[in-house]
Design a protein around this ligand. Sequence first.
Ligand SMILES: C[S@@+](CC[C@H](N)C(=O)[O-])C[C@H]1O[C@@H](n2cnc3c(N)ncnc32)[C@H](O)[C@@H]1O
Length: 387
Amino acid sequence: MNQLEIQKTFPLIAKTVSGLEDVLAAELETLGAQDIMKLNRAVSFSAGTELMYRVNYACRTALRILKPLFHFEILEQKDLYEQIYAFAWEDYIGPENSISIDAVISYTVFTNSQFVAQRSKDAIVDRLRDKLGTRPSVDLENPDLKVNVHLFKDSCTIALDSSGQSLHRRGYRKSTGPAPINEVLAAGLVQLSEWDPATPLFDPMCGSGTLLIEAAMLAKNMPAGLFREEWGFMKWRDFDAALWEAVKEECKALISGVKLNLHGSDRAERAIESARENLQFTGLCDDITLQTCSFEDSLPPFEKGFIISNPPYDERLKIEDSLVFYKMIGDTLKRKYAGYTAWFISSDLESIKFIGLRPSRRIPVFNGPLECRFIKFEMFSGKKGFS
Ligand SMILES: C[S@@+](CC[C@H](N)C(=O)[O-])C[C@H]1O[C@@H](n2cnc3c(N)ncnc32)[C@H](O)[C@@H]1O
């Protein structure tokens, strides 16, 4: 690919978790994206190939980066197959390649996204068989080309997924607990909290350490994809390996050696073992200390600081009595954590009232299908802030 082609810009769509659109837009702007527009669970922008690689490598709050190929109107179901069949797929893949289709639909003539994916796949493989004699295979796990079909009302967009596997798969999770937080959500929460890396940070229910690792990677400017090995665009015909290497080297050169003051604890020994394994892999052991301890028995690891935590919500991780558990969080904060700013995410909107403190902010955000609140408590020394 020559320099002129590299400079060409095209529209891209970064998908994210509901509630992180603002953070993602800010990240994309910092990375150099143009024409940024916030959408629902996504941000559109324009970029050239170099920036598409950079965003895939460095952006923390994008789940995937889609490159739209074409749009069309769907008035009746047969339009889907016909329009997709009409596209020159042979310019992108051959019979020796594999494909997979992701379909997202809302308010359309179709009611089943699996059916939309199936028909779209049929159109692509039929086209290739008719043009080239044989058809590509389907590989749901590790396809050569991942196609995204987005149907909203009568408008259909066909895009290539430049990320391949979701970008929350950072490649550093060597061990995990029963309910790890999604890495993209964790990175987004750290940014929403406006944590300053100079402030000590504590996660008292750290599980496998995701929030702390994402905070440390952010503070040290470590690219989100530093430990990941594969992206979708690496299998595209126009993949520019030299440009990709240059982008990675440029990003890595910005990593800072700043020493951080982060601490994680969890009452489960197994969780701390997982967190330790992940820290060892990421090389963050000097920045993050760990301890097996329940929050109620904890001693503040710092005189003052920040808490960001993802307690159990009684969904994936069951708790015996949610009200008692959330009351314990409030009591522990009041008894021991004066001087701290504490943020908790939970979908248990009834039980979090039993924390019994007045939140200074409540940010709606989704954890998968669960509607959550990310809630801030400021634990002033003295009476202010305690209710
Ligand atoms: C939702 S998980 C946190 C997952 C974590 N963010 C991660 O990515 O792996 C909640 C964690 O709270 C821990 N936990 C539950 N009750 C606790 C308590 N009283 N004190 C400390 N940790 C507790 C559980 O052991 C579990 O690891």
